[in-house]
Ligand binder design. Sequence first.
Ligand SMILES: CC(C)[C@H](NC(=O)[C@H](C)N)C(=O)O
Length: 621
Amino acid sequence: MVNKSGFNSKEVCGYPLSIFFIVVNEFCERFSYYGMRAVLVLYFKYFLRWDDDLATSIYHTFVALCYLTPILGAIVADSWLGKFKTIIYLSIVYAIGQVAMAVSAIHDITDTDRDGTPNNMTFHVVLSMVGLFLIALGTGGIKPCVAAFGGDQFGDHQERQRRTFFSVFYLCINGGSLLSTIITPILRAQNCGIYSKQKCYSLAFGVPAALMVVALVVFIVGSGMYYKAKPEGNIMGDVCKCIGFAISNRYKHRSKQYPSREHWMDWAEDKYDKLLIAQIKMVLKVLFLYIPLPMFWTLFDQKGSRWTLQATTMDGNFGAIVIQPDQMQTVNPILILTLVPIMDSVIYPLIKKCGLNFTPLKRMTVGMFLAALAFVCAAVVQIEIDVSRKHLTYFNLTQFVNGMNKPVNVSTSEIFPFLIIIRATFFLQSGQLSCAFSRDFGFGSSYTFFIPSTLSLGSNCQESITGAEDIKPNSVHMALQVPQYFFITAGEVMFSVTGLEFSYSQAPSNMKAVLQAGWLLTVAIGNFIVLIVAEVAKLPKQWTEYVLFASLLLCVCIIFSIMAYFYTYIDPTEIEAKFRRNVGDDDDDKNDKQRKLEMEMMKRDLDRSDDEHYKGKQTKM
Ligand SMILES: CC(C)[C@H](NC(=O)[C@H](C)N)C(=O)O
């Protein structure tokens, strides 16, 4: 198949073979990112021994940074190195960052007294911060490039295939995220170490590091098959200068005596290429449309915070398995993997058959509406929880009343998340006496156990120790969160998958990665809004906060639908081709415009004292 730029690529079932390497790369990279992220807060808290507040702020700052750096990657790719080289170089930076994280989590390195705790915490903190910075630079930097590079592999006649590619790309993101969020917490729970055994954060970070190396290798293997669009110089610099000139030129000609131009960017025509101006107009049009979008991410990203906290007050016993509150988040990638194919192969074709034109912007509007609906569901569940219980705790609170006249040491075994039921085993130790007993707990329940005075060597603790239930277990089932997860994920499919493709298709050829970065910037801003709203709107009831967010998104959704109504879809390739055809005319035109501008300036200087006279000349012209 011959690509848009005459590149001859190998094809399988109508798809360029090269995209296979790109989607596998994305899968491994997202595994690496989400796997590391899944255990990050626990690493801060239990390894670096930070308090909850510090751990949470550093975590959110890191996530926001990951979505701010795409703009850097996009500029480097579009104007200097090209997407291919940018992906390679930044992937190396990314892999080094992941390795630094894995090394920073080896407690033995500074555990000089071999007591299981690091002796030089500064070393671990500094190394992990350097690691996180490199990861943010790498993951953010390559993110807009990989998606746009994938899109570049398709010819203009392969629009349908390119749409499918973006869906498959999204599936890979979520496949990687799903697997890693299940696997890395399990790895973390293992004990490892040379001198002493500790929770294995190094393994939980090491496996994502290995996956990042695999991602890089896979990408390099595909090297010979890619279509590599050449970077077109310092395009961002040109864009900024052109916009700056348009504004200053418009300002200089602000007097009513100058005829207005169709678009304010047209004021740059006096100095810049019509093609560049047309390309900037395309980008600005889409960026303007992005303004309301961060609100979607504000709601979307609360899955990991508010919704997980909500789950801690619910019953996670699903019969065959017990779901931990943070594991509820895996419902999102699971639903993505199911919903994307259903939407693509059933829902969208069905809507089309009904004669409805379900345009990308309409899909995004519906996606926003569904996210708002998800928060209404969350509010209803919250009211249910508030009615059913007064206390807010997931962890089983246990206390012991010691009836013996000597101290007893009580320790408990690990509670593994995938056990059939939550069963805790307690070990009692007092002098020669050593025994164990197990009890089943309901989520959120609290017990007091009585250690009888008669307990002695050889006693059966299982039978001798009695307990009283202080607080009843959580009665609202975690399954009630499924509707809110369903709506937010259906919203994500309509909003995010479509937005990713829309950002690519509406971008001019030399600014594809820049627009992908603009799209990811909406995620970063959305995350900042969560931090701000959580600080500012301290509402007394959690359900009212959910309603507030739902209402905000609904308002934004209405504004967006109005903006979308006035948006006209464009075909950047066609527009660019039209301008390129007229390139000769453009050059003459530019020279004419330049001359005209110089003349105009001279005249203005001369005629400054005689406005009326100048006006007369203008109308005659
Ligand atoms: C940030 C994006 C929406 C995307 N995340 C997801 O698809 C989640 C896992 N459902 C990503 O690119 O990571």
